[in-house]
Design a protein around this ligand. Structure first.
Ligand code: CA2
Length: 172
């Protein structure tokens, strides 16, 4: 199973500025934690990608189709503004968990809106770097459950559920 990680603008500053708000872990530290947990779960971690540019993120998301089974997406400020990232995620068709370090609902009202949350499998927010690990556990759980129920992954649209053999009507 391949799980991709996408990080949006300014997240390259993590651990360097504003540690009071976003914690002291850098993206490299978060990546190490994710890799350790991915190894325990027996899944591959792809990326992580970080960009401050919307178009670069859109292209990275396009690249998930057919490659990733799931994704963790912290689109940072673009979460609240980017129709382009929403459309790219829809086009990629890869199930994803929206992740935030901070509890966005405990912050300014403009952060309460997400253009991604309603197309995500779910949202993890407010646990600092741990949000990513929780998000990884959640997306792996989701992909495994989808496979058990016969739903396709790797950016393909959902397959028709396996057809059951018709029950033989009781005799008499
Ligand atoms: O809590 C999150 O993970 C956010 O996605 C972080 C974004 C913010 O715009 C979202 O509303 C919530 C901001 C990322 C900026 O990261 C910085 C890190 C250090 C110093 C300055 C910014």
């Amino acid at each position: 199973m391949h799980i991709a990680v996408i990080n949006g603008p300014n997240l390259d500053l993590l651990g360097v500025r504003e540690p009071g708000r976003y914690g002291t872990a850098t993206l490299a530290v978060i990546e190490r934690r994710l890799r350790a947990r991915a190894a325990e779960l027996g899944v591959e971690l792809d990326g992580p990608v970080q960009s401050n540019h919307e178009g670069v993120l859109v292209e990275a998301i396009h690249g998930l189709r057919g490659r990733a089974d799931g994704a963790l997406v912290n689109a940072a400020a673009y979460t609240h503004t980017s129709v382009a990232i929403r459309d790219a995620l829809l086009a990629a068709g890869v199930p994803f968990v929206e992740v935030h370090l901070s509890n966005v609902w405990a912050r300014e009202p403009f952060r309460h809106q997400s253009l991604l949350a309603d197309i995500a499998v779910g949202v993890v927010a407010g646990f600092g770097a741990e949000s990513y690990v929780l998000g990884l556990e959640a997306i792996v759980h989701h992909v495994k459950a989808s496979r058990r129920s016969g739903v396709a992954s790797r950016g393909k649209s959902a397959a028709a559920p396996a057809r059951r053999r018709p029950r033989t009507p009781p005799r008499g």
